[in-house]
Design a protein around this ligand. Structure first.
Ligand code: NOJ
Length: 558
C-alpha cells in the first residue's frame, strides 16, 4: 500500500460552537480554539476537524452555509482563521474543514436569486420541479421529516428539492456552473492551507433526475431517502471528478460521511486510489438508531456491536483506512451508549477508548470524549435545540409513544447530547463561557471536567494521553498503523479482543464488557503489559483473569 502522510495520524473533531468561548457571547469561537491548541497537542492530536465555521443562519448549526468564503461572525474573522492555521502549523498540526456541498442555505445568494427567477441561470443551481397531480413532484421524506419538496412562495405548483431541512436546498451537481463554483471554492481553501475536508452527506449528490415515486414506507405516504439513493447511480464518476479537480492536486486528507453506500463500491471509495482518503465507520452507531426512527431505538447489544466492529475491520484490511469514532456531533455520547450501566464509569470509559484506539484505521476523537463526557438529560423538549431531535420527538408521538416516552428516546439519541458545551472546569458554565451558554451545560461538569482531570494521575484524560502515546510510540506505531487485524476470543461472550500483528510485534488488545471477571488462556507468554486501565493485573503464566471493565494491551512473545 502506498504510504500517505495521514495514515499514522490521530484526529479530533471540534464542534466550534461548544468548544471554548473567548468573548463571553455564549458561543465558542476560533480564538477559543486557538487557546486550546496546546491542550489538543498534549492529547496527541495531529488533525483537527472543525464542524462548519462558515457564514450560516444556523438552522442546522452551520450545515446550512450562506457564504462559503466567509467565517461566521459568531466564530470570528478570516484573520482569526488564518491565525489558527498558522498556530496549528507551528505545532505540526493540520486543520480540516467541513465540506457541506450537497446543499447550501436558503439564504445563500445563489438560492435567493434562484427563487426570484427559477427560470433564470441560478434556477438551474437547484432542483425546481413542477408538482404532480396537485401534489409534490415525488413522495420523498426529507431526513428531517416531512416532504423533501417545498413549494416556492408566490409560484403555483412549483417546488424545490431539499433532502435535509427546507432551509437547505440541494445543489444541482449536474450543472457544470455549480461544479465550477464548488471546485473553485474548495481549491481556494486548500490554497489557504487547510489540510483537507470532512465531506458531509456526500452520497446524496447523485440524483435520479426524473424523481420517480417509490412505495410508501410509513403512514405519511412518503418513502425514505435511503430507498431513493439506492435507485440513483453515477456517484463514482462524480466523486472522481471532484477529487481530480481539487483534493488530489494538494494531497489533501479527505474523510467522507457516507451512508447507504453499495458494499461492492468500498474499494472505489477508499481503496488506494479511492475517491476519499478515508470514510467514517458508522456500523456500530446504526445498531441502536431504530429502523424507521428513534421511537424504535434498540438497546445496546454487545454481541452485535462486536460483530459490527470485526466485520468492518476484516473487510477493510485489504482495502484501506476507515476512520473510527466513538461519538460525533450527530451521535449521542459513547460513554452513555456503548457501555452497560455497571461499567458506565471511568474504568469502562477507558476500556471503550482502548478498544477503539488500536483498531486499524484513523482514530477520531470528539471533543470531551477524552474526559468521558456523558449524555445530557433535558427535562422537556423545549430544552433541545436540534432540528432533528424536534422532528424525531413529533414522529415518536405520532407513532404512539406518550410525551414521557418520546422525551426519553430523545434523551437517549439526541444530537444535542454531544453538542453541550465542553467541560473545562468546575467554574460557572463549566468554564466554557463567561456569558450565557447557547445550549445547556451538562450539570455533571462539577465532577467531569478537564481541570480536575489534569490534576488526577489516573483520570480518563491522562489515560487518553497514554492511549495516543502508545499508538504513536516508535516501537509499536508501525504495527498499529499497518499491522494485520485479527479478531480473538470470539467465542468468549462478554469479551472483545483482537490482535494487531506484523513481523515485529504481536499485540493483543482486550476488554471485558461483562459484569463478572473472565478467565482467558493466552496463546503465548506476555512480554510486556503495554497498557492496563485498572491497578490489578491478574496473570499466572498464560492464564489471565480479566476483571469486569478491564482493558489490557499486551505485547506477546513473538
Ligand atoms: C451530516 C451532518 O453531520 C449533520 O449534522 C447535518 O445535519 C447533515 N449532514 C446535513 O448537512
Amino acid at each position: 500500500m502506498k504510504r500517505k502522510w495521514w495514515h499514522d495520524k490521530i484526529a479530533c473533531q471540534l464542534y466550534p460552537k461548544s468548544y471554548c468561548d473567548s468573548n463571553g457571547d455564549g458561543i465558542g469561537d476560533l480564538q477559543g480554539i486557538i487557546s486550546k491548541l496546546d491542550y489538543l497537542k498534549s492529547l496527541g492530536i495531529d488533525i483537527v476537524w472543525l464542524s462548519p465555521i462558515y457564514q450560516s443562519p444556523f438552522v442546522d448549526q452551520g450545515y446550512d452555509i450562506s457564504d462559503y468564503y466567509k467565517i461566521a461572525p459568531e466564530f470570528g474573522t478570516m484573520e482569526d482563521f488564518d491565525e489558527l492555521l498558522a498556530e496549528a502549523k507551528k505545532r505540526d498540526m493540520y486543520i480540516v474543514m467541513d465540506l457541506v456541498i450537497n446543499h447550501c442555505s436558503s439564504r445563500h445568494r445563489w438560492f435567493e436569486e434562484a427563487v426570484k427567477n427559477p427560470e433564470g441561470p441560478y434556477g438551474d443551481y437547484f432542483y425546481f420541479r413542477k408538482g404532480k397531480d396537485g401534489k409534490e413532484p415525488s413522495n420523498y421524506r426529507s431526513y428531517f421529516g416531512g416532504s423533501a419538496w417545498e413549494p416556492v412562495k408566490g409560484r403555483r405548483d412549483l417546488y424545490y428539492y431539499h433532502m435535509f431541512a427546507r432551509e437547505q436546498p440541494d445543489l444541482n451537481w449536474y450543472n457544470p456552473s455549480v461544479l465550477r463554483e464548488l471546485y473553485d471554492m474548495i481549491n481556494w481553501w486548500l490554497e489557504k492551507g487547510v489540510a483537507g475536508f470532512r465531506i458531509d452527506a456526500i452520497i446524496n449528490i447523485q440524483k435520479n433526475l426524473d424523481f420517480p415515486d417509490y412505495p410508501a414506507d410509513g403512514p405519511d405516504g412518503l418513502c425514505a431517502l435511503g430507498t431513493v439513493i439506492e435507485h440513483a447511480s453515477g456517484i463514482g464518476e462524480m466523486l472522481e471528478d471532484l477529487k481530480r479537480n481539487t483534493f488530489e492536486k494538494y494531497q489533501a486528507f479527505t474523510v467522507g460521511e457516507v451512508f447507504n453506500m453499495r458494499e461492492e463500491e468500498l474499494e472505489e471509495f477508499v481503496g488506494e486510489d479511492g475517491h476519499f482518503s478515508s470514510m467514517f465507520d458508522f456500523s456500530q452507531h446504526l445498531l441502536t438508531m431504530g429502523e424507521h426512527g428513534w421511537y424504535e431505538a434498540k438497546e445496546f447489544d454487545f454481541a452485535a456491536w462486536r460483530k459490527a466492529i470485526f466485520e468492518t475491520q476484516k473487510k477493510m484490511e485489504p482495502i484501506g483506512f476507515l476512520s473510527n469514532i466513538i461519538e460525533n456531533h450527530d451521535e449521542p455520547r459513547g460513554a452513555s451508549t456503548f457501555l452497560p450501566l455497571y461499567v458506565q464509569n471511568a474504568a469502562g470509559i477507558k476500556m471503550l477508548g482502548t478498544i477503539k484506539m488500536f483498531l486499524s484505521g484513523i482514530p477520531f476523537l470528539y471533543q470531551g470524549q477524552e474526559i468521558g463526557m456523558r449524555n445530557c438529560r433535558m427535562q422537556s423538549i423545549e430544552e433541545f435545540d436540534d432540528i432533528n431531535t424536534k422532528d424525531q420527538y413529533r414522529l415518536a408521538l405520532r407513532m404512539g409513544l406518550n410525551e414521557e416516552e418520546a422525551l426519553e428516546v430523545c434523551n437517549r439519541l439526541s444530537r444535542d447530547n454531544a453538542r453541550t458545551p465542553m467541560q473545562w472546569s468546575n467554574e460557572e458554565h463549566a468554564g466554557f463561557t463567561t456569558g450565557t451558554p447557547w445550549l445547556k451545560v451538562n450539570p455533571n461538569y462539577h465532577e467531569i471536567n478537564v481541570q480536575a482531570q489534569e490534576k488526577e494521575k489516573d483520570s480518563v484524560l491522562n489515560y487518553y494521553r497514554k492511549l495516543t502515546a502508545l499508538r504513536k510510540s516508535p516501537d509499536y506505531k508501525e504495527t498499529f498503523v499497518y499491522g494485520h487485524f485479527i479478531p480473538a476470543y470470539e467465542e468468549t461472550e462478554n469479551v472483545i479482543a483482537y490482535y494487531r500483528r506484523d513481523e515485529r510485534n504481536c499485540i493483543l488488545v482486550l476488554g471485558n464488557w461483562g459484569r463478572e471477571e473472565e478467565e482467558i488462556r493466552l496463546p503465548r507468554t506476555v512480554r510486556k503489559v503495554l497498557l492496563n486501565n485498572l491497578p490489578e493485573y491478574l496473570a499466572e503464566g498464560q492464564k489471565l483473569t480479566l476483571l469486569s471493565g478491564q482493558a489490557l494491551v499486551l505485547l506477546l512473545q513473538g
